[in-house]
Ligand binder design. Sequence first.
Ligand code: SF4
Length: 426
Amino acid sequence: MASLRLDLPVLQNWDCHNCGGCCKQHLIEITDVERDRILAQGWTAADGIPDGQPVIEKMSGWFGRPQWRLSHQADGGCVFLDERGLCRIHAKFGEAAKPLACRIYPYAFHPAGKSVAVSLRFSCPSVVKNAGRTMTAQQAEIRRLAESVVPKDVEERQPPQINAVERLDWRDFHQCVEALDGTLADAAGTRTPLLVRLLRAVEWTGLVGMSKFDKLKGERLGDFLNIIQEAALADVPALPQTLEEPTRLGRLYFRLLVAQYARKDTAADLKAGWIGRWRLLSAIWKFSRGRGDAPPLQSVFKPVPFATFEAPFGPLTAEQDEILTRYLRVKVQGLHFCGPAYYDVPFVEGFHSLALVIPVTLWLARWLAASSGRSQWTTDDVIQALTIADHHHGYSPALGQYAARRRVHMLTAAGDLPRLITWYGR
Ligand code: SF4
């Protein structure tokens, strides 16, 4: 690959702060080559790996072909994570000896025509906190990582569809992405709250979902995007004075979505087998009823009455607004919300799924606050809730299944998406 052009999310900073969170949260799948390399490293009790503990486990693979992942300790942490939260492979053999998935995290790379869009996973707390060096300062390192994962034919990849039926060329697709980023940014420094900007974006992308693009190309598309953005600006000047509650059905679909985001699928959960699956099914049943207490889907949550989540816990502070704005903009700029980054869904559906992460996050922030006996969320609650939600967004197979996609479609078609944003944003 001659020279890979990267589109960096320049509003984001990051450095690893060795919190070890990623090594406790994720199941690390490895290739045959990585398996052979790790086995050849000859790990023993002298390195801190308990006697008899395998470092690699077999997963069920497609068509009988074995797949592998790193083993986990009893607390769910990777077998190579030491007591100080550091990686034993990195310490003994250097960064290059680690599995590729570990070296890449939290970066994500997506085809963007003649360039590659770089995004970050907000399941990493340092990403959410914007803690570290700028992306520009790390460009050489990011390029090295990108070159190790981006396929050689990346420039041949088509853009994601724009809506359910049409696909634009890359130049026009980028026009739509830039317009979306422009709506989400508080570019003019007007201090318009994120929720208002998000409602505007939901409104005009809904029109993109219904539009035909055979005659809307190039400059005409630019004019069309300007018109619908201005219409959304006029329609949503501020948050509505009188809040409209989500419908009953909208709440049901939304709770089921929240249950998907609140899950924790660690190695220990997978090993729980039928008992684990039964526990999960029973929790989902309770989420669908929405009565009594919300069953804790991971240890950070306590049983809290469903009615609690309907009370106001906000509003968002300027700091929380900045975190959630940056989240949405990094995902949009990094094309981390549609196409290959998000179950191959079109631009409009992908953005509506991304917009739903905001009420999901604020629902989870309520749960964290209420679990500690508080009736208002803090910035730490919002940060933790976003790391939990983004862990799944685009990565949990359940969210890409027909039922989950249909729920997103129903929520937008019934007008519940804006209601959920304002109701749980308060
Ligand atoms: S191999 Fe190292 S970096 Fe990867 S999950 Fe395990 S401890 Fe973390």
